[in-house]
Design a binder for this molecule. Structure first.
Ligand code: GDP
Length: 396
């Protein structure tokens, strides 16, 4: 069996165990390394080859298939990752990096429960870092932090361990000031959502050179700052990437620190849906009930040259299946699902069904727009997604 087919089958099996699912987004100020990091995670999960990761190209790695390049620039992908002996399904939703897509970023946040915020170690937290954090927290999405481009501190700026630590402490402090300020008024968040090295909610490394560390990873590999500096300075980046691969560190952090849908939905539903909290529908969403009524929130519409319009979004309750007749909020009549699928390395794979707690990509919802509530019974639609505007910054 080809590697790709095997991954699809793994994903299909894992889809039925919401406890082992993590729906996540990676968000960053422009140029801080979101694309490079995303490619790395895909390569680490076997979705694209290592050589092409970093070139912003996703390749189908199946040997018996013709090689073809697929840009993953706007990709939503599902991948699997083994953490502490358990296989996990990670659905990664792309958040457009450009400021013009502010609304899209917020919509993407509706589909996920965790946001990995990437900050450039040299530049520190920037205006868009604040914007993406605000977008995540308003949706009740939990943040973690990855401090990227640490290679530059070592090789370019020639910093020693103390200076590096100081710089990273400052980044963490700035990000936590933002998180604290934004969560103060949120009474549905009981836990402290600030990030820390000690808790393992902060990772750092180099997306470009494919290495990463966190406190748990350092404890596991026995590598410390000194070892990292030495290897990086002596141009032994390959060895560094092999001894402490970025994708393992980040995906471990995702599995350990981001809530699964069963933990997240009871908290998130009251925040994003104002319908009757005592109804069966509300109960189905809180419990991530795959046998409940279908409730699907569309977060993105894209065009596929063959399949036509594809609606991507989060299944909050019930199970999506081909042939279902579903209501689309704000329109009359029903739409019939022509196919249901998941994204794999930038391509859509059709599957039999997609149960609650997952991200799905479906065809046939001709009346749906980004933001539509799609359901098997007529219902109060989800809260509209607030667009958070931000200062205009152009990418050089
Ligand atoms: P995005 O705009 O956040 O998606 O950023 P990209 O992933 O496109 O990266 C922006 C630039 O920073 C590119 O030239 C990358 O090669 C570079 N870059 C990304 N990660 C790193 C890193 O860890 N170290 C260094 N030195 N450069 C990086």
């Amino acid at each position: 069996m080809g590697r790709r087919k095997k991954i699809v089958e793994e994903c299909e099996t894992l889809m039925n165990t919401p406890e082992n699912i993590r729906n996540i987004a990676i968000a960053a100020h422009v140029d801080h390394g979101k694309t490079t990091l995303t490619d790395n995670l895909l390569a680490g999960a076997g979705m694209i080859s290592d050589e092409t990761a970093g070139e912003q190209l996703a390749m189908d790695t199946e040997e018996d298939e013709q090689e073809r390049g697929i840009t993953i620039d706007a990709a939503n992908v599902s991948m699997t990752h083994e953490y502490e002996g358990t296989n996990h399904l990670i659905n990664l939703i792309d958040t457009p990096g450009h400021v013009d897509f502010g609304g899209d970023v917020t919509r993407a946040m509706r589909a996920v429960d965790g946001a990995l915020v990437v900050v450039d170690a040299v530049e520190g937290a920037m205006p868009q870092t604040e914007t993406v954090l605000r977008q995540a927290l308003r949706e009740g999405v939990k943040p973690t932090l990855f401090i990227n481009k640490v290679d530059r501190l070592i090789s370019e700026l020639q910093e020693g361990p103390e200076e590096m630590q100081e710089r990273m402490t400052a980044v963490i402090r700035d990000v936590n000031d933002l998180i604290r300020g934004m969560t103060e008024e949120m009474d549905d968040i009981d836990d402290d959502w600030t990030v820390s090295v000690e808790d393992g909610t902060v990772g750092f490394g180099s997306a470009l050179y494919k290495w990463g560390v966190s406190l748990p990873s350092m404890q596991r590999t026995g590598m410390d700052f000194g070892d990292i500096i030495e290897l990086e300075r002596n141009d032994k980046r390959q060895e560094l990437a092999e001894r402490t691969p970025l994708s393992d560190v980040v995906l471990d952090m995702v599995c350990e620190h981001f809530p699964n849908p069963v933990d997240a939905q009871p908290r998130r539903i009251p925040r994003i849906w104002r319908g009757d909290a005592d109804s069966d529908l509300a109960e189905g969403m809180r419990l991530v009930d795959e046998d409940g009524e279908v409730v699907f929130m569309v977060t993105d519409i894209s065009m596929d040259p063959h399949a036509g319009e594809i609606a991507t979004g989060r299944v909050f309750s019930g199970t999506l299946e081909k042939g279902q007749e579903l209501y689309v909020s704000g329109t009359v009549g029903k739409n019939r699902l022509q196919s249901v699928g998941i994204f794999m390395g930038g391509e859509r794979e059709e599957v039999e069904q997609v149960p609650a707690g997952n991200v799905a990509a479906v065809t046939g919802l001709q009346d749906a727009i980004a933001g539509s509530t799609v359901s098997s019974v007529e219902m109060t639609p989800f809260e509209s997604i607030e667009h958070i505007s931000e200062p205009v910054i152009t990418k050089s």
